[in-house]
Design a protein around this ligand. Sequence first.
Ligand code: HEM
Length: 394
Amino acid sequence: MRAEATTQFDHNSTSFIADPYPQYEQLRDEDPVHFSERYGGYFILTRYEDVRKALLDWKLYSSAQPGVTSIPMSVQRDFPEIPLEVDPTEHTEYRGLVTRFFTRNAISELEADIRRIAVELLEPLREARGGDFVQEFALPLVSRVLAVFLQVPEEDAKRWVKWAKDIFHGRLTDRAQADRASRDMIAYVDGLVEDRRRSPGDDLFSALVTSRFQGRPLTQAELHGFGVLLLNAGQETTVNGIGNSLWYLAEHSKDRRRLQEEPGLLPAAVEEFLRFMSPIQLLGRNATQDTTLHGRTIPAEATVAVCYGSANRDTRVFPAADECRIDRHPNPHLAFGAGPHACLGAHLARAEMRVALEEIFARMPDYRIGSAAEVKLTPHGDLRGFWRLPVSTP
Ligand code: HEM
């Protein structure tokens, strides 16, 4: 379906969610700085170069407002998620407090745990000859790995999954539920902070309670900002990355066989799945001054959506952008963003996606997806993934 040349474009509309790519193509070609009146009005940047430049140009496209990255905003917060909703130079100092936990080396130490949890979750599915790859595999895998990463009990993960879902989905359907979940999540972060103050270890939250920002300890609001982001950012995104890859490979058996025969291709394939079906399709920024792009003026204070999902399908950069080529090279996709806010958890997300595929190939290599009626897409256009992905094995 083609996007109509109106100002009512809505990334949460059913037609967009069902198939955003023809609409993106039309916007890139005909109206690359589209304005929609939905959600109080927002501009949508869809071309690769425009998105990349906006991500790098934080002075013009600012992230420094609580809730700005989500269109519409998820909850009314009086503190920013850190470091996501802060601009340099504060951003640089905040981010520096935690980067060492996210390096490739630090994440490689988690690989054995990722595999242990993946195998634990897959064995019952293998025995039952099927199950739901999202609800019974990707979701518990990602949240339990996050618990190991943060050095908190794995059982805590169940609570965050519910909160993160209520906050994100409640913004469109049930504000009160979103606010309640947000309060519960903050109370959990407070408990964690207290615990780490009493007995600090070598984990990320201990580093936060003992570190200094501009020469002073972090305030409670800053600790909330870090905590809420960490419990949210790495969950649904990575679940989507895993679910999207599994869906694609079920639909394309030639690529699945090739990957099973040439496992060395897995890292390249993971990048391509992220490009082809980007788990985050778009996030918001605020324009700080009037600017003109492709003949259209974006006024100061306007909300601007940077559309990673469209940039990653731009044929100006990716030959045959609408084809998923598991050995694509080069692949300068923007699925993890670019510039100061480029995803901190990228190494972790990549490791989870690769290990998930390796263990599924080892245990359920011939899985098939259930009927179309049972498969359920995420009902939000700013994220792309599956809520339900029932599979069976012969
Ligand atoms: C496939 C999975 C993932 C995708 C597609 C993804 C995507 C992104 C994107 C696009 C951004 C940039 C936001 C912006 O431009 O405003 C971002 C930032 C961020 N991500 Fe991820 N992410 C994923 C997994 C994770 C994981 C597993 C974690 C941590 C456990 C994580 C933590 C963060 C953090 C902390 C930021 C903020 C960085 C900053 O503002 O400096 N992400 N992510």
